[in-house]
Design a protein around this ligand. Sequence first.
Ligand code: DON
Length: 295
Amino acid sequence: MDAEVRKRFGEGRAASYIDALANVPLDRFGMALVTRDGTVHEVGDSREGFSIQSISKVHTVTMALDAIGDALWERVDREPSGDPFNSLIQLEYEKGIPRNPFMNAGALVVADVLLSAHERPEQVLLEFMRARSGSTDVGGDEVVARSERESGFRNIATANFIRSFGNIHNDVDAVLDFYFLQCSLKMDCVQLARSMQFLACGGYCGMSGKQVVSAQMSTRINSLMMTAGTYDAAGDFAYYVGLPAKSGVGGGIVAVVPHVMSLCVWYPGLDGKGNSQLGKYALHRFTQLTGLSVF
Ligand code: DON
């Protein structure tokens, strides 16, 4: 499969809104999977770090559910949006309640929940990522975080818009700083696949030996990924890949085969909806070859 994907190098376009993403060459491909017992299988550039971007929204929504439970759903909905990840259009007529925790608007409300729940939310996030991935060296990339802020006009507008409806309770800049930090985290395919293992194991994280969320909640987080993890391509992902998945504009996609394994693929060229073009192709071939689609 590695060779099959490599033949198509150059497809898609790297995210262009910040230099750190725009400059990543389209000749990188990595894939890693972690089984329930922690065995790792990997191929290609699976140990090269990249910007995880929106993949972090899976981890932050997990932390928010842990902090306030189902009360989260009073502030964020659980519906697919059918709109791009950074869209504001539904927010006005839905009165500042984002459609789901994976679009930027929803992730900003989730960030606000974490700011209210923790005295040092950034530290709690880093500890969560390190414990889930089994790597103490996971951290934010300051250059990326700074450029996210400098070019983040739409996120800044979104956060202020939600604030106008009273659905952000903390200082808007502090919420944005947290959000830009989570987007800037740098991890590789193995670390990311490991960080998702709890969603393949009924909420149990083998890396840390901790029950992160209940079995029921892990099922539900997977369902959110299936319906909204790839934004306005979620229907196409369900059709073509058939796994709960979450993408990021750094070119990473994480996916879960419930009760079997967690995966991560990385290829920096994106399709028109902000999902890794060959990452999606690799996941499609994976479920085609293994028959592991949840359908
Ligand atoms: O906030 C943004 O728009 C970007 N930093 C991250 C968006 C993202 O990764 C969307 N995923 N495909």
